[in-house]
Design a protein around this ligand. Structure first.
Ligand code: GAP
Length: 488
């Protein structure tokens, strides 16, 4: 039985077996760090997206959503700094030709060293942090050589120099393959929001402070892609850029820090609070004046789930410079200090950016449980996904005890009554016990069994996923019971 700390392989196997997540291109042996969402994974994903969208766009009058294109003008990535700076230091092993992200190579080495010499492991990690923050590539290589860090494939210490490797995927647009046709798959959705700032501000009559939200695909050529859907080459982000008056960014940054942590608590419950923590960035990116991560205790330990960044006016200023279009906002509110309108300025931006796939891994980590149900008489166990009902892919399973005697017809009527309100699942094969277990494995909170008594007195057995308790309720009450749980 997998324990909570080492259950990632069990979660991966479960996701594949039950139609949540498949390795991409599996019949061709897969494509590293790319995954496909199956029939239940896509529902889980959609439910999480809907909750985020509602919390951002529906619950805030001053936030609207957009859906910008993945392909964008190549100058955008020059302006944003991605062409020059969106890279990681890499090192190649000359014997195996395997490429490593330097920080991952050193961290992997230190993870093993921790057991025998924690002090040395800590020293190496601290030294690596200093070298990384100084972009000291010669020092990084020396650190690797001095400690005889070996390639996992060749087992040798024969390394190239450390080099920067850009993480953006490029492709060509048009038919003439020269330099000017190179465009990039966006590595973040945020830039699609910045370049639409003026469009949305004008057409939406948006008044500062206001936000623009977007959910969409992003692409990064991650060199060491690990941890299932934690680090992928094609993934989805849910980002919101909040445009504020310069000087107020600190207060909005604190506001969004608290609001975003609350969103995670609202979905999974405050009793799960110990699985989340803030990690404040000490070394800030050149464009930020404050930044933190919300970290989650994934099966492989605490890691970044969401970033909250106070990005100053860097992005809009850069786009003004490169596009030669004014990115200014006229603020006619009166500044109490001067008694005059604030006037023209480039807004500051506070960004919230959460990975959708990481949110799904977070949901699976919370939900996945292996329960021992053995009694003195019988060995028994079940795997159950205890999703909160709002994100559970299927809300209700409708199970006629048998197909004949009109039970299937009653079940189908119930399906028809409920299907416009939430996703239901109909199953008539196998014993009821097996069907319950299958629904537990899919995370379905309610199962309803239609039996011969239903024909006599109009009642059904409702079975609750988490407690496995069963009770008789009126067939006509079933839809209301599910809706009440869904909207509570
Ligand atoms: N616009 C800011 C931005 O993109 P980021 O910290 O690079 O910031 C934001 O990414 C979030 O996107 C991360 O917190 C993470 O949840 C998700 N993310 C980033 N790279 C990812 C990857 N390779 N695979 C899956 N999710 C990723």
């Amino acid at each position: 039985m997998a324990t909570e700390q080492n259950n990632l392989p069990a979660i991966i196997a479960h996701c594949k077996e039950y139609g949540f997540i498949f390795p991409s291109s599996e019949i061709y042996d897969g494509l590293s760090a790319v995954y496909d969402y199956g029939q239940w994974g896509v529902e889980l994903k959609k439910n999480i997206k809907d909750l985020w969208w509602k919390s951002m766009v529906y619950m805030n009058e001053n936030i609207v959503g957009i859906d910008s294109a993945i392909f964008m003008h190549p100058s955008i990535w020059k302006a944003s700094g991605h062409v020059d700076n969106f890279s990681d230091p890499m090192i190649d092993n000359l014997d195996s030709k395997k490429r490593y992200r330097v920080d991952h190579l050193v961290e992997g080495y230190c993870e093993e060293l921790l057991v025998s010499n924690k002090q040395l492991a800590d020293e190496i990690l601290a030294k690596m942090d200093t070298l990384l923050s100084n972009d000291d590539f010669v020092g990084l290589k020396q650190l690797i050589i001095d400690n005889q860090m070996k390639c996992a494939v060749s087992g040798t210490c024969n390394w190239t120099d450390v080099r920067q490797f850009n993480l953006m995927f490029s492709t060509k647009v048009g038919s003439v393959a020269d330099e000017s046709d190179t465009i990039y798959l966006r590595p973040e959705t945020a830039q699609g929001i910045f370049v639409n700032f003026l469009n949305v501000h004008k057409t939406g009559r948006m008044k500062i402070p206001f936000g623009i939200a977007q959910i969409g695909k992003a692409f990064r050529n991650e060199i060491v892609a690990r941890g299932f859907i934690f680090r992928m080459r094609e993934f989805e982000q849910m980002e919101m850029q909040f445009f504020v008056r310069p000087g107020t960014q600190k207060e909005w940054y604190e506001h969004w820090k608290a609001a975003r942590m609350q969103w995670h608590m609202d979905i999974f419950g405050t009793d799960k609070a110990e699985k989340y923590r803030f990690h404040d960035h000490v070394k800030l990116a050149h464009y930020a004046d404050a930044a933190c991560d919300i970290e989650f205790d994934f099966p492989m330990g605490f890691k970044e789930l969401e970033g909250i960044h106070s990005r100053t006016d860097f992005d809009l200023t850069q786009h003004q410079l490169f596009s030669k279009k004014k990115m200014q906002y006229f603020d006619n509110d009166i500044d109490e200090a001067t008694g005059k309108p604030y006037g023209n300025y480039i807004p500051y931006v506070v960004e919230t950016s959460v990975g959708l796939d990481r949110s799904i891994l977070c949901a699976l980590t919370h939900a996945y449980q292996e329960e021992d149900l053995s009694t003195p008489e019988k060995q028994d166990a079940r795997v159950v996904l205890k999703f909160p009902i709002k994100i559970a892919p299927i809300k209700l399973a409708v199970l006629p005890l048998m197909k004949k005697d009109g039970l299937a017809e009653i079940a189908k009527d119930l399906m028809n009554e409920c299907r416009d309100s939430f996703l239901c699942f109909y199953e008539e094969k196998d014993s009821i016990g097996k069907r319950y277990r299958r629904m537990d494995a899919l995370g379905t909170p309610f199962c309803v069994t239609i039996d011969h008594q239903t024909k006599e007195d109009g009642t059904v057995t409702i079975r609750y996923r988490d407690s496995m308790e069963q009770e008789r309720v009126q067939l006509s009450d079933v839809k209301g019971i599910v809706l009440k749980a869904l909207h509570n």
